[in-house]
Design a protein around this ligand. Structure first.
Ligand SMILES: Cc1cc2nc3c(=O)[nH]c(=O)nc-3n(C[C@H](O)[C@H](O)[C@H](O)COP(=O)(O)OP(=O)(O)OC[C@H]3O[C@@H](n4cnc5c(N)ncnc54)[C@H](O)[C@@H]3O)c2cc1C
Length: 606
């Protein structure tokens, strides 16, 4: 059976040495948080291991059930959510004014990773709840904030994000749900699909954040507003009143994350419409969603990393136990554990190196998120904001795509047992699959990276980051540790190629946007492997300095070996990616739509 252990050593290293948590805790508003970081990590690790992990496999097996509009979650989930709330985990980044602890966003890196590594089905609840809290904090009136946020933070109620409709998935401009003004509130009508935790038994009230259109709203994205629609209406004194007209018509049968319900919600099917309250100004709903999207996309990127790490941990355990064949280079007839075989070793290192690169990039991005809002210096805030904007589609897109590969490789380490559900590794493979789809598919992240982040500022932010990576590669060359110095060449070459490719894309985007978009996902991957390598190699350089100073912790030698593997096995993909993009983009739109079914057409006309 699969079990989860939080990778505290690497988390601590990345937080302290790469993301600079000690500096973050000096930022205005975070001054009191420095002393509690270690305790929080320890406690989160205990909670993840002792409370969430034991429910992971049982939750997947049992799943959720729908009965006449009501949804029952797997055994133990309700109690776990209560314990999660009581321990204060929901309020970690929320302002103290609303009952939270106002701790740095950076802490969301390791804590989110632990919740999702231990039990992703459960972790989606707090993740969506956080989205609802942020939406109300961002745009709600003081009255809405005081009425809803404290109860979402205390865990008494839970929140959802209701964007998707049958005809409006990636393209939210197509949202059709309506909102008619009626006194101090609105009447909401329409259907939302795929709503995570849209109905359940874990809290007596569910606060839905819903996108809908006002009468005469402009067409497209500029005509969408945001509303709070509570499942149960809230009386003036804060107590629960009448049931609102929002009902769950069913839940989906999914390939993974079975422990949480994915719901179809009907609003106003019984008459005049569900009662809703406008959040922020009319027609600015999507704009608010975009502000919050950075945090939500970051969280799903970390979700991918977390599931990948769980799968890797499990594969290492198995590789140490499973005995097959003798060592290829030994005369000893005794069969050995498969971890001794070079190909298994390669698989494990491929997982380890990419996981550590993802973790480093994700946490460093979270640190920038903190600087972008908390630094007293406007120039610093601006610089970090630009970095975050550039990195979010990469953290979401690259981490979740890489996580697919890692989970698949980890499953391969199990041989036939990987394909058997009872081992547990198959669950990770199924669970991780959604991460490249929700919160914007990888295709949408690629569009965002090229269309919004690269083309819009004429490549200025990307050029700045690439310059930083280029100068760091030169620094590496000066390391007194030969292995670390050898990382300079691969990083310098890949960064130069990435710069050339970005320039090629920029030029082509001006002439033919379709051609520039044709390989937006390979470009996102290219940026991810270079940026992840940059952060992993920063870790290797620091590890070499610790070793030179006499620190014998084997973690440091392993960090350097891991980085060297990454340089040769992952970063080298740059040459292929550069060719694919610059030589292959033109092929993508060259044919007509008919080319995809010439066989069938030929048969039909025969
Ligand atoms: C388990 C689960 C939980 C979910 N939870 C929630 C939730 O809580 N709240 C919520 O509102 N939604 C939720 N969703 C919905 C989810 O966000 C959408 O499924 C997702 O955004 C993709 O939309 P779609 O399914 O309509 O795919 P489509 O938009 O139809 O996309 C299909 C394919 O076309 C590609 N594509 C589309 N347009 C373009 C383009 N312009 N350029 C390039 N490629 C393009 C996409 O990348 C994708 O590969 C959930 C979905 C699932 C499956």
């Amino acid at each position: 059976m699969s079990t989860y252990r939080a990778p505290l050593r690497d988390m601590q290293f990345v937080l302290r040495e790469l993301a600079g948590v000690d500096e973050i805790t000096k930022l205005p508003g975070y001054e009191d948080s420095g002393d509690v970081i270690d305790a929080i990590l320890e406690e989160a690790s205990t909670f993840a291991t002792e409370v969430l992990d034991p429910l992971n496999q049982s939750g997947d097996k049992e799943g959720c059930t729908w009965n006449n509009g009501e949804v029952t979650t797997p055994k133990g989930f309700k109690e776990a959510y209560k314990a999660f709330a009581q321990a204060g985990w929901i309020g970690l980044p929320v302002s103290t004014e609303h009952g939270g602890q106002a701790l740095p966003q950076l802490l969301l890196g390791p804590t989110l990773e632990m919740w999702n590594g231990a039990n992703v089905g459960f972790a989606n609840g707090p993740l969506l709840n956080q989205g609802a809290i942020e939406a109300i904090e961002l745009a709600g009136t003081e009255e809405l904030k005081h009425r809803y946020i404290p109860k979402l933070v205390s865990g008494e109620w839970m929140g959802t994000m209701c964007l998707t409709e049958p005809q409006a998935g990636s393209d939210l401009a197509a949202v059709r749900s309506t909102a008619q003004p009626e006194g101090d509130h609105y009447r909401i009508k329409g259907q939302k699909i795929f709503i995570t935790f849209g109905e359940h038994d874990m809290a007596p009230n569910i606060i839905h954040l819903v996108l809908a259109r006002l009468p005469d709203a402009p067409l497209g994205t500029k005509g969408i507003s945001m509303f709070i629609v509570p499942k149960v209406l809230v009386n003036d004194d804060g107590s629960l009143g009448e049931r609102n007209d929002v009902h769950c018509a069913g839940i989906e049968h999914k390939m993974g994350i079975n422990a949480n319900p994915t719901c179809t919600l009907n609003y106003g099917e019984n008459g005049v419409g569900a009662i809703g309250y406008l959040v922020g100004e009319p027609n600015r709903g999507l704009e608010y969603m975009f502000v919050m999207m950075n945090a939500a996309r970051f969280s799903v990127g970390v979700q991918g990393l977390a599931i990948a790490d769980r799968a890797y941990q499990h594969a290492v355990e198995y590789a140490k136990e499973r005995i097959q064949f003798r060592d290829a280079a030994s005369r000893d007839p005794q069969a050995v554990a498969i971890i001794k075989h070079p190909d298994v070793r390669r698989m494990l290192l491929s997982c380890k190196s990419q996981i550590e690169a993802m973790r480093a990039l994700a946490y460093v991005t979270a640190a920038s998120l903190d600087y972008s809002v908390k630094s007293a210096d406007e120039a610093v805030r601006k610089e970090h904001k630009a970095f975050v904007e550039l990195m979010i589609p990469i953290v979401k897109g690259w981490c979740t795509e890489t996580a697919q590969e890692v989970c698949s490789t980890a499953l391969q380490v199990f041989g036939g047992m990987g394909y058997i559900e009872e081992t547990g590794i198959a669950q990770q493979y199924r669970d991780v699959r959604i991460t490249t789809i929700y919160e914007g598919t990888t295709g949408i992240q690629g569009l965002d990276l090229i269309g919004r982040k690269l083309v819009r500022d004429m490549g200025a932010s990307a050029t700045k980051v690439l310059k930083q990576i280029g100068s760091f590669a030169k620094e590496l060359a000066g390391s007194s540790n030969a292995e670390v110095a050898a990382l300079a060449g691969p990083l310098g070459d890949a960064t130069k190629a990435l710069g050339e490719t970005a320039q090629w894309l920029g030029m082509n985007a001006m002439g033919d946007l379709r051609k520039a978009f044709a390989c937006s996902v390979p470009f996102l991957k290219f940026f991810g492997i270079v940026a992840g390598g940059w952060q992993l190699f920063r870790g290797a350089k620091i590890a070499a300095e610790k070793i030179a100073a006499g620190d014998n912790d084997p973690y440091y030698a392993a960090k350097i070996q891991t980085a060297t593997f990454y340089a040769h096995h992952v970063l080298t993909q740059y040459a292929f990616l550069q060719k694919q993009i610059t030589e292959g983009s033109g092929d993508v739109m060259a044919g007509s739509d008919d080319m995809f079914d010439v066989e069938r057409r030929a048969l039909a006309t025969a």
